[in-house]
Design a protein around this ligand. Structure first.
Ligand SMILES: *Cc1c(COP(=O)(O)O)cnc(C)c1O
Length: 378
């Protein structure tokens, strides 16, 4: 059994929907409309309707989506943009590439998303935007973030690369999909994401018509009319083949996310009583659709545990080993960080590890993984 365990089983998932996927790809090849084929618009419309948002605009990847979002909001070099310390590098990278100043804020140690209280302390007169990241499949506290943003007149870009399809529950009972609450939502269709394609892909979501126009134009060389370039843009499109694959996979997204949620509750059941690990915390305000199932090790010894798991044929990963505030490439921004203490991110980077999470897990495999962890630690 152990030889077959994978961190993310893309092949097993593909085999279940192979017929539909293969047909969708063949159709694009037959049409030869590889760029801007009809599937791109159809997918954008279908994803918009799934999310309950007015506009979805595809682009080449999730990092581009973040960059295009910052450009579409008209942000300028020198503007400060707030982002969490515990996340993938993409957010801070695009902020810096555009000449803006990334301001890094610590996260909550239980749900791993940006801490709204620390966020408010990081706001200065130069702050123009906040990029909360809905990490590992669970939304940041958007209700508090939105109210802080409104108070200070700051844009909110939701990075929903790891949480496509998660529901956000407002205190008044309203429910919205991740990425449809702030000014712009961005996502990635990297193959291992909850909604993944067979290569690179990404998208932006917004309810604002003017912003949607801006996003479309910027992602297509800054033009609205062909060969008339009003703005400096980029070339960032979602390929037709990827859109065709995504149309098929979108129809299964709820099932896929349910499979992940069930797998997570099975892990909880097996590991919940183990004193040496802490199972992922859930918030009152968001679904958790488990892009990753991330445990915290209470007493250290992570390297030894990971090696032991690997010997037993169990893959695991550390997302993320280095806080953004310690990344070498971003050293120059450290003196500009208003809040220089990041105790929670420091703790998480030293103690987290993620175990296999995907749509094809079985209880047998999960039991083997958990028994192996418990036997080693206890
Ligand atoms: C994957 C990811 C991205 C980047 O997406 P790409 O499509 O790989 O560019 C951005 N933010 C987060 C949180 C991600 O997980």
């Amino acid at each position: 059994m152990s030889s077959s365990i994978q961190m993310c089983d893309l092949k097993g998932q593909y085999l279940k929907i192979k017929k539909e996927i293969d047909a969708s790809i063949q159709e694009v090849i037959d049409s030869t409309a590889f760029i801007k084929g009809k599937e791109v618009n159809l997918f954008q419309e279908e994803l918009a309707s799934y999310l309950g948002v007015k506009h979805v605009i595809g682009c080449a990847n999730g990092t581009d989506a973040l960059q295009i979002a910052l450009m579409a909001l008209g942000l300028k070099p020198g503007d400060e943009v707030i982002t969490p310390d515990f996340t993938f590098i993409a957010t801070v990278e695009v902020i810096a590439l555009l000449g803006m100043i990334p301001v890094i804020v610590d996260v909550d140690a239980d749900n791993f998303t940006i801490d709204p209280k620390k966020l408010e302390n990081a706001i200065t007169p130069k702050t123009r935007a906040i990029i909360p990241v809905h990490l590992f499949g669970q939304c940041a506290n958007m209700e508090e973030i939105q109210s802080i943003a409104k108070k200070h007149n700051i844009f909110v870009i939701e990075d929903t690369a790891q949480a496509t399809g998660a529901n956000y529950k407002f205190k008044n009972g309203n429910i919205k999909k991740a990425g449809t609450i702030g000014d712009i939502g961005t996502t990635s269709f990297f193959p291992s994401k909850n909604l993944g394609c067979f290569g690179d892909g990404g998208a932006l979501f917004t309810n604002d018509d003017a912003l949607a126009d801006e996003i479309k134009s910027i992602s297509n060389h800054g033009m609205k009319i062909r060969y008339y370039h009003d703005k400096i843009g980029v070339n960032s499109r979602l390929d037709t083949i990827q859109a065709a694959i995504l149309r098929v996979k979108l129809r299964y997204l709820n099932d896929f996310n349910t499979n992940r949620t069930i797998a997570a509750s099975i892990y909880d059941r097996f590991l919940g009583d183990c004193p040496s690990v802490k199972v992922p915390g859930r918030t009152s305000w968001s679904d958790h659709i488990f892009h990753q199932y991330t445990l915290r090790l209470i007493k250290g010894g992570r390297k030894e545990l990971i090696n032991h798991l690997s010997d037993k044929g169990i893959p695991s990963m550390v997302y993320y080993p280095v806080p953004l505030h310690n990344q070498k490439a971003f050293e120059i921004y450290q003196s500009k960080a208003t809040n220089k203490l990041f105790p929670n991110t420091d703790l998480l980077c030293e103690s987290v590890f993620s175990i296999p999470m995907h749509t094809e897990l079985t209880e047998d495999i999960q039991k083997y993984i958990c028994d192996t962890i418990i036997n080693f630690l206890d």
